[in-house]
Structure formats: structure tokens, C-alpha cells
Design a protein around this ligand. Structure first.
Ligand code: NIG
Ligand code: FE
Length: 404
């Protein structure tokens, strides 16, 4: 066991209080800030964190690296992306600026199905290469764990390939970036199927049964929304996942209040995501559950929609995460730190809730319960920023302060 240490860190954001409070009802004190801090860790866990002047004698022989002028935070986490895809949808963005809606574009065969066409035309090698570039870029913002969904194949072979690509990405980034592989063949219904039920029966469920024994799928997801997958489809997928011992999550209430949050809580989902149209019953269900509410404000911005009611959720005691939803159609933006910093004033998310939403709570949304705070015993997954205060990191909307 070889120990490493950093000292003279200008500020450490431990989130110790946030961890203790399970990421809910957070106040500024829950940031757990340490000025002039030091940390000792090995490959697997944090051994000690505290003030420089309090470094225990047993660690005096370690050669500490000086990190004056830097802040240390828990590693950033992006808990919702669709980053394996080919092509772009710039033409749709332009159309939407001119007044056509996302749903209108989807209804005439554009939208997700357009990306499905491009993705099916791309080779496995090209999709892998492009995904690596995207992940490297996301890493350069300080993100140390990421969720990636399949869902732009929509046929047995291509969906299988996408899940395998995500597994390859996991191997490629091992030790640098933690990857959570989400199976989302239930992203849209190809025109070649009569109904969502048929598509589920012929592709989504049998492929999940085939992939499960490979132990590469970390969770399943479904687009539970009018004109996509309904309540029954969602329950069937979740029952299948439960039988296979795979956690669930869902795209809930993105366009309509379909009671998706309530449904996710009922099934013990790891997270329910989007929640733009969720109302009080959904907030109450979430507050009384372990399910994490992952809001995706980039999508609200990109589609020009009213944002999720973050303040009400926080006051109710909901465990809130913020993720990018990075994808070619509804949010072509991938920087979760900038996103959270930019929307926090309007959504009225306080500083502790903001940081937890992109570290601790986001990690928990992926089942990574061994990271997310800088506390003894947790994994040493953290991010350095070239900044002498935590405040400057979220204040600097333009500059990227990540160092390594
Ligand atoms: O999370 N809602 C479903 N999926 C994505 C959009 C995907 C796309 O438009 O390509 C989302 O918004
Ligand atoms: Fe999404």
C-alpha cells in the first residue's frame, strides 16, 4: 500500500455534511470546507483529510506534493448522457429556432430516428473513436465518472453493438474515468414496428436477456412519454430488469406530467430524470424515497422549455442531481459544471446543493456510493481546480479551471 499526499491545498470541498445528510436539505455549512488543507490516500481509499497543521505524525514521512493555489473537490460526475451517436442535428436546432417543435420534428421521422439512421450507417470503430473524443473532452472539465446510454441503434444488432462499445469505453478509461453502462434500447420505436409493445417483445426484452449474463449492463432506462413508451411498457421492462438483477432508471415527465417520477419511485429506480413536468405528487414520492431526481437543465435551455422545479424539490427533501443529458438532439452541450453554475441562480439552488448535485448525489444516482465526498474511507476520486477558492469555480462561467 503506497500512500500519496497533497498539502497546502487552498481549499478542500469535502461535502462531509452533505454525505451525512444523504444529500438532502443542504445548507452552506454542509460544504465542509477546509482552508489550507491536506490529504493522504492510496489507490483505493482516502486515509486522512484535514488541515495542513493537523497532519498526523504517522504521515510525516510521506512526500507531500504542494498544491498551493488549488482547490480540491470530489470528482465531478455527469449522471446522464447519450454520447455514443453519429451525425448531428444542427438543421433541427435551426428549424426549432424558426418555430417548429421537437415533437413536430419527431412526428415526421426526424429527431431521435434521424440520429438512429446516422448511427446505423457508422461503423463500430468510428462510433468508438468519436465517443473517446467526447469523453476526453468531458474529462477535461474535471468529470471523473459518467453515465452513457445506448439507444441510437434501435435494432437487435446495433443496440447490442452500442452496449458493447460502452463496455469497451469502460475498459479504455479504467483508472481515469468511471463509466456506468445504461441499456436504453427503449429510446424510441422504429417505424418498422407496429407498436411499442412489438418492439419491446422483439428487441428490447430479448436483447436485455442476452446481454445480462455478460454482466456489462449497469442499469436500464426507458423513454416513458406520450408517443414513445407507455406505463405498461415501462413496467414490463422493469420487471424483466428486476428478474435479471439490474437496476432501473427512466426518462420521466420530460414533456408531460405522466406520473413518471411516481412510477420510478414505486419500482425503486436509482434515478428519475428530466422532471420538467413533474408536479407535487412526484416531489412527495421522491422526497420519501431513495430514488434520485436528476434534472437536466441543458435540455430545458436547448429546447426552450420551462425548467424543473428544483427549489420546490429541494425544500421537500428530494435528493437532487444535475446532469448534462448530452445528446445530438435535445441538448448538444456537455459541460455539467458550467451548466449547473449557470442555472443555479434561476433555479434557486444553493451552493451546497449545487456541488452535491454534480458530485455526491450524481455519483449515488449511478450506484457509485463509494465516492462523491472527500472523507476518510471513500475512494480517492477527486478533481483539482486552479483556483484559490471554491467560489471562483462556479463564478467563472467562461474559464476552465480544471488542472488534473
Ligand atoms: O433525454 N428524451 C429522450 N432522449 C433524449 C433526447 C434524444 C434525442 O433527441 O436525440 C433526451 O432528451
Ligand atoms: Fe436523456
Amino acid at each position: 500500500m503506497s500512500l500519496t499526499g497533497f498539502k497546502n491545498i487552498s481549499q478542500i470541498l469535502t461535502l462531509e455534511g452533505a454525505l451525512r445528510k444523504d444529500g438532502r436539505h443542504l445548507k452552506p455549512v454542509d460544504l465542509g470546507l477546509i482552508d489550507d488543507g491536506a490529504i493522504v490516500f492510496d489507490q483505493d481509499k482516502i486515509h486522512w483529510v484535514g488541515r495542513n497543521q493537523d497532519i498526523p505524525d504517522q504521515y510525516r514521512d510521506i512526500s507531500f506534493v504542494d498544491r498551493k493555489g488549488f482547490c480540491l473537490t470530489p470528482g465531478l460526475v455527469d449522471a446522464h448522457t447519450h454520447l455514443v451517436f453519429a451525425g448531428d442535428r444542427a438543421h433541427e436546432y435551426a428549424e426549432r429556432l424558426n418555430g417548429v417543435t421537437y415533437q413536430e420534428i419527431a412526428a415526421r421521422g426526424g429527431g431521435i430516428l434521424y440520429t438512429v439512421k446516422c448511427t446505423n450507417e457508422a461503423s463500430r470503430a468510428d462510433l468508438f473513436k468519436e465517443a473517446i473524443n467526447r469523453i476526453e473532452r468531458i474529462y477535461s472539465y474535471g468529470v471523473k465518472a459518467i453515465e452513457i446510454k445506448s439507444g441510437y441503434g434501435l435494432n437487435f444488432e446495433k443496440e447490442k453493438e452500442l452496449s458493447l462499445i460502452i463496455q469497451d469505453l469502460k475498459k479504455h478509461f479504467a483508472g481515469k474515468m468511471r463509466i456506468h453502462n445504461t441499456y436504453m434500447a427503449a429510446h424510441d420505436i422504429p417505424n418498422t414496428f407496429k407498436s411499442s409493445k412489438d418492439y419491446l417483445d422483439l428487441v428490447v426484452l430479448p436483447l436485455l436477456e442476452e446481454l445480462a449474463p455478460l454482466k456489462i449492463i449497469d442499469s436500464v432506462d426507458i423513454f416513458f412519454e406520450q408517443k414513445y413508451f407507455d406505463h405498461l411498457d415501462t413496467e414490463r421492462l422493469f420487471l424483466c430488469a428486476k428478474k435479471l438483477n439490474i437496476p432501473t432508471r427512466l426518462h420521466a415527465d420530460e414533456f408531460n406530467d405522466n406520473k413518471g417520477a411516481v412510477l420510478g419511485v414505486k419500482h425503486g429506480s436509482l434515478s428519475v430524470d428530466h422532471l420538467l413536468a413533474t408536479t407535487e405528487d412526484g416531489f412527495q414520492a421522491l422526497a420519501n424515497s431513495k430514488t434520485i431526481a436528476t434534472i437536466l437543465p441543458g435540455t430545458g435551455l436547448f429546447l426552450g422549455k420551462k425548467q424543473a422545479k428544483a427549489k420546490i424539490m429541494l425544500e421537500a427533501g428530494v435528493k437532487l442531481a444535475i446532469a448534462s443529458d448530452y445528446n445530438p438532439g435535445s441538448c448538444h452541450f456537455d459541460n455539467v459544471l458550467k451548466l449547473a453554475s449557470m442555472v443555479a441562480p434561476n433555479l434557486q439552488i444553493n451552493q451546497a446543493a449545487l456541488w452535491s448535485a454534480i458530485t455526491l448525489n450524481a455519483a449515488h444516482a449511478l450506484g457509485f456510493n463509494d465516492q462523491g465526498a472527500i472523507v476518510q474511507g471513500l475512494k480517492p476520486i477527486f478533481t483539482f481546480f486552479k483556483s484559490d477558492s471554491i467560489d471562483k469555480i462556479t463564478y467563472n462561467w467562461s474559464e476552465n479551471l480544471f488542472e488534473f
